[in-house]
Design a protein around this ligand. Structure first.
Ligand code: DAH
Length: 340
C-alpha cells in the first residue's frame, strides 16, 4: 500500500494540466468519487490495524496534494482566460473599416435611377464603341452638319466608321430599332469628347439619357417628368425653366435649367449671376428619328432628354472641379458614403 501511495503521488506531481480538458481528465482520474485516491481509501479498510494510522495519514496527505494541485491548476486556467479578456480594451477606437466609399458619380446615378424607376422607367445599356450611324446619322445629324462639329470625339483609325460615342443618345436608337414601342427607359453610361481637360471639361464623362415613346405623349409630359425629377433630386422648392434650343434629334428642343441651389435665384458665381443652372437637354423625338427606327411618327410620339451625371453631382455636393472625379484621390473619395 505504502508503495502504491508513493507511485500515485509521483503521477499526481507529474500530471501536466495545460487546458480545461487536461483538468477534467485529472479530476476524473484522481479527485472524483470513482478516482484512484477514493479507491485507495476503500483499500484502507483491509489494512492491518497497526498500520492503519500511518497509512491513513499518508493517504490523507496524498488526497490533500491531489486536491491542491487541482485547485491551483483550475485557478491558473481561469486567470489565463481572464487576462486574455483583459487585453480587449473596449474603450479603444475601432479599427478603421477599409472597405472604401461609393464613388459620388455612382451615388448620383443610383439616385437618378431610383427616381425614374418609380415613374416606370427601365434601365437600358448600350455600347461605348459605336458606329457613325447610331451615334449621328440615325439621330438626324446630316453628314457635314455643324452639329457634328460640336461633338468631336475619338475615331478608330483602322475603321473610320467606328468612334467612342459622344452621348448616350445612341442607346435610344438601339432600343427603338431592337424592340417595339412603347418605350419608357433611362440609359446611364460613359461618353467621350475630344476636349482639353480642365475644371469644367474632360475627354470622358457620364450621361443619363431618357426616352418615353408611346401614343399621345406630349410636351407637357416632358415638362412634368423633368419638374418631378428636379424636385426629387434637389428638393421640393426647386423650380425649373425651359429655354428653346437646338438638337438634330428633337423638335422642338429645350434646355432644362433649375433654380440655383446655392443662392436660390439671387445670383452667385455658380449660376454666373443668372439664378439658373442648366442640367439637361431635351425635346420631342424628331419624326425622322422615329422613321429611322421603323416607327410611324403618325402613330407614336415621344420625348427624350439627356443630362450630365458630373454636372448634377457637382451641384449636389458643391464640387467645383471635374477632374476630382477621375484622379482617384482618397482624400476626396473617402468623404462619400462608405460601401456596406
Ligand atoms: N445628346 C445630347 C448631348 O449630349 C443631350 C440630349 C439633348 C439628349 C436632348 C437628348 C435630348 O435625348 O432630347 O448634348
Amino acid at each position: 500500500m505504502e508503495q502504491k501511495i508513493k507511485s500515485i503521488e509521483e503521477k499526481v506531481n507529474s500530471f501536466l494540466i495545460e487546458s480545461k480538458d487536461d483538468l477534467e481528465q485529472y479530476r476524473l482520474q484522481y479527485i472524483s468519487k470513482k478516482g484512484i485516491v477514493a479507491s485507495l481509501f476503500e483499500d484502507l479498510k483491509g489494512v492491518a490495524v497497526e498500520q492503519k494510522k500511518a497509512m491513513g495519514k499518508s493517504l490523507n496527505d496524498l488526497k490533500r496534494l491531489a486536491e491542491e494541485k487541482f485547485k491551483t491548476a483550475q485557478e491558473g486556467l481561469e486567470s489565463k482566460v481572464a487576462s486574455t479578456a483583459n487585453d480587449l480594451d473596449l474603450s479603444l477606437p475601432i479599427i478603421p473599416n477599409k472597405t472604401g466609399s461609393q464613388h459620388p458619380l455612382n451615388l448620383t446615378r443610383y439616385r437618378i435611377i431610383e427616381i425614374f424607376e418609380r415613374l416606370g422607367f427601365n434601365v437600358e445599356d448600350g455600347p461605348e464603341i459605336e458606329d457613325d450611324w447610331h451615334n449621328f446619322t440615325a439621330l438626324n445629324f446630316p453628314e457635314n452638319h455643324p452639329a457634328r462639329e460640336m461633338q468631336d470625339t475619338f475615331f478608330i483609325e483602322k475603321n473610320p466608321d467606328m468612334l467612342l460615342r459622344t452621348h448616350t443618345s445612341n442607346v435610344q436608337i438601339r432600343l427603338m430599332k431592337d424592340r417595339k414601342p412603347p418605350f419608357r427607359a433611362i440609359m446611364p453610361g460613359r461618353v467621350y469628347r475630344n476636349e482639353a481637360i480642365s475644371a469644367r471639361a474632360h475627354c470622358f464623362f457620364h450621361q443619363v439619357e431618357g426616352l418615353y415613346v408611346d401614343k399621345n405623349v406630349g410636351f407637357s409630359d416632358l415638362k412634368q417628368t423633368l419638374f418631378h425629377f428636379a424636385k426629387e433630386m434637389f428638393g421640393k422648392e426647386t423650380k425649373i425653366r425651359l429655354r428653346p434650343s437646338f438638337f438634330p434629334f428633337t423638335e422642338p428642343s429645350a434646355e432644362i435649367d433649375i433654380s440655383c441651389l446655392i443662392c436660390h435665384g439671387k445670383g452667385c458665381n455658380v449660376c454666373k449671376y443668372s439664378g439658373w443652372v442648366e442640367i439637361a437637354g431635351s425635346g420631342m423625338v424628331h419624326p425622322n428619328v422615329l422613321k429611322n427606327c421603323d416607327i410611324d411618327p403618325e402613330e407614336y410620339t415621344g420625348f427624350a432628354f439627356g443630362m450630365g451625371i458630373e454636372r448634377i453631382t457637382m451641384l449636389r455636393y458643391s464640387i467645383n472641379d471635374l477632374r476630382l472625379f477621375s484622379e482617384n484621390d482618397v482624400r476626396f473619395l473617402k468623404q462619400f458614403k462608405p460601401v456596406v
